[in-house]
Design a protein around this ligand. Sequence first.
Ligand code: ZN
Length: 304
Amino acid sequence: MSFAITILGSSGALPVFGRNPSCQLLEVHNRHLLLDCGEGAQFQLIKFGFGFHKISHIFISHLHGDHYLGLMGLLFSMQLNGREKELHVYGFPGLDETIVTHLRHSGSVLRFPLRFHVLTYEVRCIWEDEKISVTTLPLKHRLPCVGFLIREKQKPFRIDKTKITAHTRLQDLARFQQGQDAVDEQGRIVARYQDFTLPPRPSRAYAYCSDTAYEPALIPLLQDIDLLYHEATFLSAEKEKAADTLHSTAAQAAEIARAAAVRKLLIGHFSARYKDLAPVLAEATAIFAETTLATEGLSIQLDT
Ligand SMILES: [Zn+2]
């Protein structure tokens, strides 16, 4: 099943050089999730061929405008498109008030259920189903801000076909896949699942760290991550500016990726001062080779 991340916006607070504010679309096991919703998010969805109706969950990392000002436009378009399916929106307190204020003053009543979930500044599983979970990661920023860790649940154990005999019962294979032993009618173990299975395929994970200063406390939370998105607003030459505004440099993003031993790093939220992003990429790759620049329309599929 797919686990794909598409970049809809890669810029910092000012959208310049054809870059849009933060927004990413995740397609995981046919679930469609939006991470942040910067201004113009709906136009980016259209541009890159995604419908609005499939989006079931929107996660807003914090309430700086470049991370959520596209939300109302998207909600109104969902309304005009006749959406009936419920939508889950996650944000810090105040986002709910903002939504209600817009609706009230435009005399609008949403025809679809909008479930608002309040974020808290802590490590917490905020949503899970049988395939994936979403956990918040506290970031170090000027407002309460969290990243999101999207992780697949453990997959079934794989049946080792070389171990199957004519006596192996079909119903036991299903138990083995779930990591359960085969039992007789008295409940006694007659075959252990370890003897018939290979380990599950690895579960994939993506971490989205939107706006944050260099934060080593993230490192233990970023274990077994296939792809880490970490902001890289500045070059090291602007290290002081990064510290003052609680943002990171490309080198700091790469340091976090290296220390956490993630497989790949994606950097974004670039300052409007950098038209040419080659130096930003060079600074990161000098520390962590497997780094990619987030650019609008880039789609990354995590390997199974
Ligand atoms: Zn911010």
